[in-house]
Design a binder for this molecule. Sequence first.
Ligand SMILES: [Ca+2]
Ligand SMILES: [Ca+2]
Length: 230
Amino acid sequence: MKRILLVLVLMMALVMLTSRVTHAEETPLTIGITGPEYVAPSAPFEVVVDMKNAVDLVGFQMRLLYNVDQFTFDGLTESEDLTDVVTLNSNTPGVLTLNYLDIDVKINGDVDLFTLTFIATSGVDTTPQPVIIEEGVYNNEFVTLDALDVLGRVLDFVFDLDSYEVRRGLMGDVNLDSALSIHDAAMVKLFSIGLIDFDPTQEELADVNGDGFVSIFDVAQIQQTIANAE
Ligand SMILES: [Ca+2]
Ligand SMILES: [Ca+2]
């Protein structure tokens, strides 16, 4: 009887040990996005969709949504980290469906997936807006190959897309005419020496070098940008 108990205890210990190994905490596969903090009204801008903590990944299918009132989709450029073609369906405004598979190349670690180009609608909007979010109803899938080259689904993945937001406005364009000119440079100069007032939107647009202050350095950068455009 004692021996049977001992065997039972040993078996239980073994099961617990095994399950601890199998369920070891792993950082989930995360799909994220990076891009500019401000985007110019009516101008194209790029956001990079990346993947973190990939383990022997060979493919994915996912559907992403964007706000058609704020942005127009203007194309996809595939990352050099990918070895096959990303198939994109963007026929429905506001919806991007993406597919990728290359079973010959395993993706590991942190990689860029693709760059999406959007065009912001006109006007200034200092309220931060998410550019793309996950389509939660869609069956998003990520596919791995194990050591025996057996295909498997990644069940533990996270979309971190709506934490990235942009504000619409052309940096330096403090007179809000959607163009950068010497009038803007002059106004920023007058504000930096306290001769005129700006509203909060103008003050944010005036800090073109992003150091938190409106100064003569911003004026110089705006003048440089105008000179380079000529
Ligand atoms: Ca302007
Ligand atoms: Ca500044």
